[in-house]
Design a binder for this molecule. Structure first.
Ligand code: ATP
Length: 440
């Protein structure tokens, strides 16, 4: 059942240009994914809503966009070169590789074959910088976006004059050579993260941690997740890194996890560990100077670290809905209109030029205000269904009566309610729907 649902979702994503497998014509590259024309809009909407909530609407958070390749010593300082590895086992029969923690019965989950002892496997992608391909030229693709925030801490304090408590945020690509990438985009080798490092006085860290857990949960609710499919899971002490005081995952009930929950975002009280490590390895002074008290200290960090791709996958799973309307199956993505890749589709009732021309004109009128789409091919019923399955909240239909009465019909994706109104009122009417967030 869950497998069927995932098959339908993967197929919908491909068929409608949301997500394709990377390099598909060469048989595909496992665990890398491409976002198509509708997928990129969806992705931009998710990133914009995160950026608005975490950076733009606040005066205590600034953003950065840093390089993917950094000095290799950054990863020595962060501990990634030594410790960023998953114990893994290989099947001696079918040669597949698995994370040791995913093995339940001591034998290969694919073929039942015998497994090797667990070995460590560094998850960072290595490459060479410059002309020589020797040890001195080794660099890594970043496995997380946050280290460049710590490394730039002093630059940002000096250039922005932000005062503690304040945050630095970034959205960007990260790379991990995951041993068992699976479940569509859930575990990919190239993915995008949305991270915030919020710098505070150590004594205030617990307060800010609680604050950010609440803020981040609110964000997932605001972008439309069903409450019942979200939960917070506090890490037990044995799961915590030695420097972390508390950590909680915001999790989503993914269908492919058999009703179980999977991580969307981790929030942690990381103490002064990250800045101290980078300070120690670089020799730079990353302490914060409080100009009022003249006190110098290493701030503690509360981190929120979420995944763009996992959020998108969860949003699609959450929004996927099938129903029967007058004996016919209807598939729809009940996406929050703010997230939907296309907001308004304009449809002439038939392909007759006297309908198409004015309908195109209406689409051009709406285009500066909303993401729009114009479609004149196939029957009106099929065109409605095509827009329903990519989550387009509103459809505007121009029919033969429209020629004389200069009115059009607006249809709501979820309720199928229809309203007829003058073309001149259309922009204001749809804007109002977005403001109110509902049809009522
Ligand atoms: P997991 O335990 O699932 O491997 P993690 O705890 O290693 O995740 P973090 O290092 O906390 O993940 O990364 C923060 C966020 O980045 C995750 O919550 C997730 O949304 C995203 N993320 C991490 N690894 C991947 C991946 N391989 N593919 C897609 N998203 C990922």
């Amino acid at each position: 059942m869950a497998e069927d649902l995932m098959k339908k979702i993967v197929s919908l994503c491909k068929r409608r240009g949301i997500i394709f497998q990377s390099s598909e014509i060469y048989g595909g590259l496992q665990s890398c994914w491409d976002y198509g024309p509708l997928g990129v809009e969806l992705k931009n909407n998710v990133k914009r809503l995160w950026w608005d909530a975490v950076v733009k609407e606040r005066d205590d958070v600034v953003g950065v966009d840093t390089s993917i390749i950094m000095h290799p010593r950054v990863w020595e300082a962060s501990g990634h070169i030594k410790k960023f590895s998953d114990p893994m086992v290989d099947c001696k029969e079918c040669k597949q590789r698995f994370r040791a923690e995913d093995i339940e019965g001591g034998v290969c989950p694919e073929c039942g074959g015998e497994l090797t002892e667990a070995r460590n496997f560094n998850l960072m992608f290595k490459t060479f910088m410059g002309a020589l391909e020797d040890e001195s030229a080794v660099v890594y693709l970043r496995p997380e976006t946050c280290q460049s925030i710590f490394v730039n801490f002093q630059n940002i304090v000096n250039s922005t004059r932000q005062k503690i408590p304040f945050g630095i945020a970034q959205i960007g690509k990260s790379f991990r050579n995951e041993i068992t990438p699976r479940n569509f985009t859930f575990r990919s080798r190239e993915f995008e993260q949305m991270e915030l490092e919020y710098f505070v006085r150590e004594a205030e860290s617990p307060k800010w941690y609680d604050y950010w857990v609440e803020q981040r949960m609110k964000w997932y609710r605001d972008i439309g997740f069903k409450e019942a499919n979200l939960r917070l899971r506090e890490h037990e002490e044995r799961e915590l890194a030695f420097y972390a005081k508390r950590c909680v995952d915001i999790e989503y009930r993914f269908p492919f996890l058999d009703g179980g929950f999977g991580e969307l975002e981790g929030i942690a009280e990381r103490g002064t560990y990250d800045l101290s490590q980078q300070m120690e390895h670089s020799g730079a002074d990353l302490r914060y100077l409080d100009k009022e008290t003249n006190e110098r200290f290493i701030p503690a960090v509360v981190e929120t670290s979420g995944g763009v791709d996992r959020t998108i996958l969860a949003l699609i799973c959450d929004a996927y809905h099938e129903e029967e309307v007058r004996g016919e199956k209807r598939v729809l993505l009940k996406l929050n209109p703010e997230i939907a890749p296309v907001k308004v589709v304009v449809l002439p009732l038939s392909k007759k030029p006297e309908l198409c021309e004015p309908a195109r004109k209406i689409e051009r009128m709406l285009r500066p205000h909303f993401e729009t789409f114009y479609d004149e091919t196939q029957s009106i019923g099929r065109r409605y269904r095509r827009m329903d399955e990519v989550g387009t909240p509103y459809a505007v239909t121009y029919d033969f009566d429209s020629i004389n009465d200069k009115q059009v019909t607006v249809r709501d994706r979820d309720t199928l309610k229809q309203v007829r109104l003058p073309i001149d009122n259309l922009v204001a009417f749809i804007k109002d729907l977005f403001e109110k967030g509902s049809w009522e």
